[in-house]
Design a binder for this molecule. Structure first.
Ligand code: FES
Length: 109
């Protein structure tokens, strides 16, 4: 597994997100109010909106463009909408965050 460091959990506010640029594209990293961390491709399944600018609530986020709700765990649209954003494998090590670049490359195929 090809892990790349993307900073520390404290770099992301509670119920917030940040965008990480990688050679394979932008990745949105989310921190929930429960201190869980999730990573998704920063590309909404609806029309490609920047999900890293969405609003985090529970273990989901709402896209800033047309309000689709996306599960942070599965990347799937919740409710009546259909579609999914690719999830990225993430590891937390004493607060330091790493994403698995290989999984992103596979998922991007
Ligand atoms: S681009 Fe995200 S809801 Fe439309």
């Amino acid at each position: 597994m090809n892990w790349i460091a993307i900073g520390n959990i404290d770099d992301i506010p509670l119920r917030g997100a940040r965008c990480v640029k990688t050679p394979q594209g932008k990745i949105a990293v989310f921190r929930t109010g429960e201190n869980e961390i999730f990573a998704l491709e920063d590309h909404c399944p609806h029309r490609g909106g920047p999900v890293s600018e969405g609003i985090v609530h529970g273990a989901a986020m709402t896209c800033p463009l047309h309000n689709w709700v996306i599960s942070l765990q599965s990347g799937k649209a919740v409710g009546a909408d259909e579609g999914a954003v690719k999830t990225i494998t993430l590891r937390k090590d004493n607060g330091a965050l790493f994403i698995a670049l290989e999984s992103f490359m596979v998922a991007a195929e």
